[in-house]
Write a protein that binds this ligand. Structure first.
Ligand code: GLP
Length: 238
């Protein structure tokens, strides 16, 4: 894991966008995994500001809530339209269908679509307060592929800020599994803010354990961790 420290979310977002730009220049047909949440908002702003050329690339979102229609304002489909897709043409864009009649079949279809695209070249990730990546909550087997997951109450509470009331936060999601994420050729983890310090510390210095899903990234040969000073406050100084 290569940890790169930045002053704040703004600097971290610029670094992430620069890294994306370099990869897109080398391979315009990049297959990229994309996150949601508060952390990557600055990253998407930078991607849009720089008008990165995603017109030949293929994007797969990490996850989607079960039960929300793509038009629901809090669906991750809406998030992506609002923060990226309405600003920039993307060659092909995929997100799990959280309203599929057969959710298991939808997970298999999603996994097959990633394989058909040639696999993920690059995945950007955020990290949850409990160390989750995508929606892979603590306890997730490290060899899991895309599947239906039950959200922990901690995660539902953390995401309640985006919903009119906490009760409206879905209880399930479809998420790429840890193994799907680890199959990417490169992984870029974005960690920003004081609230992520404990999770980040456990992810990068603790044992590799299903209790901290992000710790599985230690087993990947090409991971860049972009941190801001607040998230890095507990990390040992190099
Ligand atoms: C959600 C998403 C994750 C994201 C996490 C942290 O649970 N499924 O992909 O990393 O939130 O989000 P935030 O950046 O808002 O703290």
């Amino acid at each position: 894991m290569e940890i790169r420290s930045h002053a704040d979310n703004d600097a971290l977002s610029q670094a992430a966008a620069r890294l994306f730009q370099v990869q897109l220049t080398a391979n315009p047909g990049l297959v990229v995994g994309l996150p949601t949440g508060g952390t990557p908002l600055g990253f998407y702003r930078q991607v849009v500001e720089r008008q990165l050329d995603l017109s030949h690339s293929t994007a797969f979102n990490l996850d989607e809530y079960v039960g929300l229609s793509p038009d629901h304002p809090q669906s991750y489909a809406s998030y992506m339209r609002e923060n990226l897709l309405r600003h920039l043409p993307v060659g092909a864009w995929h997100i799990p269908n959280g309203q599929a009649a057969d959710l298991e079949a939808e997970c298999q279809r999603y996994e097959a679509a990633i394989s058909a695209a040639g696999g993920l070249d690059l995945v950007f990730l955020g990290i949850g307060h409990n160390g989750h990546i995508g929606f892979n909550e603590p306890g997730t087997p490290l060899d899991a592929r895309t599947r239906v997951v039950r959200l922990t109450e901690t995660t539902r509470a953390a995401n309640a800020r985006f919903f009119p009331s906490p009760a409206e936060v879905p209880t399930q999601a479809i998420s790429m599994g840890i193994k799907t994420i680890l199959s990417a050729r490169q992984v870029v983890l974005l960690a920003s803010g004081r609230g992520k310090a404990e999770a980040l510390l456990a992810a990068v210095t603790g044992p590799v354990t299903p209790a901290v899903p992000a710790s599985a990234l230690q087993t990947h040969p090409n991971v860049v961790v972009l941190v801001d000073a607040a998230a890095a406050r507990l990390l040992p100084v190099a």
